[in-house]
Design a protein around this ligand. Structure first.
Ligand code: PEP
Length: 251
């Protein structure tokens, strides 16, 4: 039985004050949760403040991105070491917005994943097809290429420390969720790829989140699917009531 993992990707949203209010509300609403991992991923500028608010609670801190070097002349970038120092235990890598607007390749995401693991961060590695690719019937091919590229050269023990997020690009921020069956089909494909690339043990242990317009009213159905182990949530993670409603899907 895999432990559910619900993560909120706040993207480039919230003032510092709003971020503190949001996480303070989540701390209050979710204090009793012991059967799932809860992660919030605020913007970089809020990390250390939010770290102090969630200290000692059941909410973990994640970042939305990172660079591959430890330090040096990389203006505007943030290193894995800095994320650790800021209290992060998770980092989202290869989000479709990073792929789309910042041209991140599977190879670059793979290097980031290795660097994150070296620094003891849990990567949440995102994959997913565009609408055009789904309509062309090449979802499986696209996700297979992304999984193989992003996970290349990882050892079994490294892989066991990763989380994968399947996020169909056409469902992100659009209000269109993949149906439970559509999501399950790709999650099952990812799990079979993990068996092929690593082992059955790894495949059965890795948590695969679904992401794409997850809301309190669709999470329970998604979570009933055999291979869906949680959610990566964008828009609905910006309100206490909706993110709490998602985390408390089985209560
Ligand atoms: C996301 O950005 O990872 C995401 C899934 O966004 P939304 O929930 O808003 O679709």
């Amino acid at each position: 039985m895999r432990r559910p993992i619900l993560a909120g990707n706040w993207k480039m949203n919230t003032s510092l004050k709003e971020a503190v209010e949001l996480v303070t509300g989540l701390k209050r609403e979710l204090a009793g949760v012991t059967d799932a991992d809860i992660v919030v991923c605020p913007p970089f500028t809020h990390l250390t403040t939010i770290r102090d608010v969630v200290a000692g609670s059941n909410i973990a801190l994640g970042a939305q991105n990172m660079y591959i070097a430890e330090e040096g002349a990389f203006t505007g970038e943030i290193s894995p070491k800095m994320l650790k120092d800021s209290g992060c235990t998770y980092v989202i890598l290869g989000h479709s917005e990073r792929r789309q607007y910042f041209n991140e390749s599977d190879e670059f995401i793979n290097t980031k994943a290795k660097k994150a693991l070296e620094h003891g961060l849990t990567p949440i590695i995102c994959v997913g097809e565009t609408l055009d690719q789904r309509e062309q019937g090449i979802t499986g091919k696209i996700v297979t290429t992304q999984i193989k590229g992003c996970l290349a050269g990882l050892s079994e023990s490294d892989m066991l420390k990763c989380v994968i997020a399947y996020e169909p690009v056409w469902a992100i921020g659009t209000g269109k969720t993949a149906s439970n069956a559509q999501a399950q089909e790709v999650h099952a494909l990812i799990r079979s790829l993990l068996t092929e690339l690593f082992s059955e043990t790894v495949a059965q242990k890795i948590r695969i989140q679904y992401g794409g317009s997850v809301k309190p009213d669709n999470i329970a159905g998604l979570m009933q699917e055999k291979d869906i182990d949680g959610a990566l949530v964008g828009g609905a993670s910006l309100k206490v009531s909706s993110f709490a409603g998602i985390v408390l899907f089985n209560k």
